[in-house]
Design a protein around this ligand. Structure first.
Ligand SMILES: Nc1ncnc2c1ncn2[C@@H]1O[C@H](COP(=O)(O)OP(=O)(O)O)[C@@H](O)[C@H]1O
Ligand SMILES: [Mg+2]
Length: 434
């Protein structure tokens, strides 16, 4: 083992003056927007431009790159961590001359590295960085505490949305979340499944405007992909659409996006001698294992006693937070925020006496506190959520539609993560955004 490590180190030193791969995470607010199809075909498009590309499927449990290419990798990242295979051994050669690593359910292991595993990962990943031009990570949908740490490690982020308002809002909220912890990371936007170029341009413009207006954040538009029957057809044939039909509109569009992207980052990669990625991995996954010293104090605001109890129980299951009080309407909430000084407030929208939107405006004026809205998914609910986000709410969790109680457990994890993210938000900044 020791000799091997020594060997690696020597090889690494020899490569030190070479350029390092750029690490890119592809993400979206919600699943089903075409992230995996984009990641796969974007990788192949970059490869057709003469770049060496490694695609890492990070969609925990739902990994589907292997389904898209109709080939099952015999080894995944689990084998690296558990069977001591080398990273090189688990790389599968994929279509269009790209390399692929499948994550499967083992990706959670990346987030709990002990020292031995960390050292091994660090050394072997350095070799990959030296060997590729781009390493893409197809992330799972949404953002959890762990995937967030991972997103902070990579060099660049590509965010995928569709023109649907909920998808745009989820993309915005994902970027807002990222921005609350890292203001430097370059962001690229892609709009998938557009019905016209106007549709695509407008969606991206809308998102860019909101990012600039509320977060002071510039995101680079990479372009849009049409809604194209070629995609589902190629999925059925288990072939990347770019190889299935290179003349299809969607294929031409992905080539354009790859050109724009490669031109944008051209030059930079040649001067990058040390990758931020591994330094960041060390910082976020190894050195600061327990960033939560104090529990996050949460106030729950809801007019339904049942909901107050249920949300209290949900939050109590996460040891990083504690519920310090509940309020039954907006007015009650403002009194309790002033008295109890919570770090985060969960705020229902429809309530008697003073509703959530009015309460939110008063909270931001009188006692700025990070607020996570609990919104409904009706049309009216979506509009309210938009205006709440614009009035300074940190984020929202959509209550599942239908029966009030039974589906609620589905939002538990999302609530935990968003409360934690909100607790780190700079509320005065939120306040200024209004
Ligand atoms: N541009 C497109 N045109 C038509 N259908 C698409 C397009 N992009 C994605 N799809 C469809 O959407 C589904 C989800 O795509 P996928 O890449 O698996 O999304 P995600 O990885 O975000 O969950 C696929 O079955 C695919 O057929
Ligand atoms: Mg996917």
């Amino acid at each position: 083992m020791k000799d091997q490590a020594e060997n690696l180190r020597r090889r690494l030193e020899a490569r030190q003056n070479q350029s390092m791969a750029k690490t890119i995470a592809v993400l979206s607010g919600k699943g089903g927007v075409g992230k995996s199809n984009f990641s796969l075909n974007f990788s192949i498009a970059l490869s057709q431009k003469g770049k060496k590309v490694l695609l890492f499927d990070m969609d925990i449990g739902m990994g589907n790159i292997d389904i898209l290419i109709g080939e099952h990798s015999p080894c995944s990242i689990i084998d690296f961590f558990e069977k001591e295979c080398s990273l090189k051994d688990i790389i599968m050669s994929g279509p269009g001359n790209i390399s692929i690593i499948t994550g499967g359910t083992g990706v959670t292991n990346l987030f709990s590295l002990d020292e031995d595993k960390y050292t091994r990962f660090n050394e072997e990943f350095s070799l990959l960085l030296a060997n590729y031009d781009y390493i893409l990570f197809d992330m799972g949908a949404g953002i959890t505490e762990d995937s967030m740490k991972f997103l902070l490690c990579v060099d660049e982020l590509v965010v995928i949305t569709t023109p649907e308002p909920t998808s745009i809002m989820d993309a915005y909220s994902a970027m807002k979340y990222i921005h609350s912890v890292n203001k430097e990371i370059p962001l690229f936007l892609v709009c998938n499944r557009v019905f016209s170029s106007k549709d695509g341009k407008e969606t991206i413009k809308r998102l860019q405007n909101a990012l600039v207006k509320f977060l002071g954040l510039e995101a680079v538009a990479l372009g849009y992909l049409p809604d194209d029957r070629t995609v589902p057809k190629s999925v059925t044939k288990q072939m990347p659409f770019l190889l299935f039909d290179s003349e299809a509109d969607v294929s031409k569009a992905i080539m354009d996006i790859a050109s724009r992207y490669a031109n944008h980052s051209f030059g930079e990669e040649l001067t990058l001698q040390k990758s931020r990625f591994l330094q960041n991995m060390k910082r976020y996954f190894w050195e600061s294992r327990s960033p939560y010293m104090d529990k996050v104090k949460v106030l729950i605001v809801d007019d339904s006693a049942f909901m107050r109890k249920l949300i209290s129980e949900f939050l109590a299951e996460d040891s990083r937070m504690e519920v310090i009080g509940t309020a039954r309407n907006g007015r009650d909430a403002i009194d309790k925020i002033k008295a109890l000084k919570p770090d985060v407030v969960t705020l229902d929208v429809e309530m008697p006496i003073m509703d959530g939107l009015e309460a939110l405006n008063r909270i931001m004026n009188e006692c700025p506190t990070a607020v996570v809205m609990l919104s409904s998914t009706t049309k009216k609910g979506t509009e309210n959520t938009f205006s709440a986000m614009n009035s300074g709410a940190f984020d929202f969790v959509a209550k599942p539609s239908g029966a009030i109680s039974l589906d609620l457990h589905k939002i538990k994890k999302e609530l935990h993560e968003k409360v934690m993210a909100a607790s780190r938000a700079n509320v005065h900044k939120l306040e200024k955004m209004r």
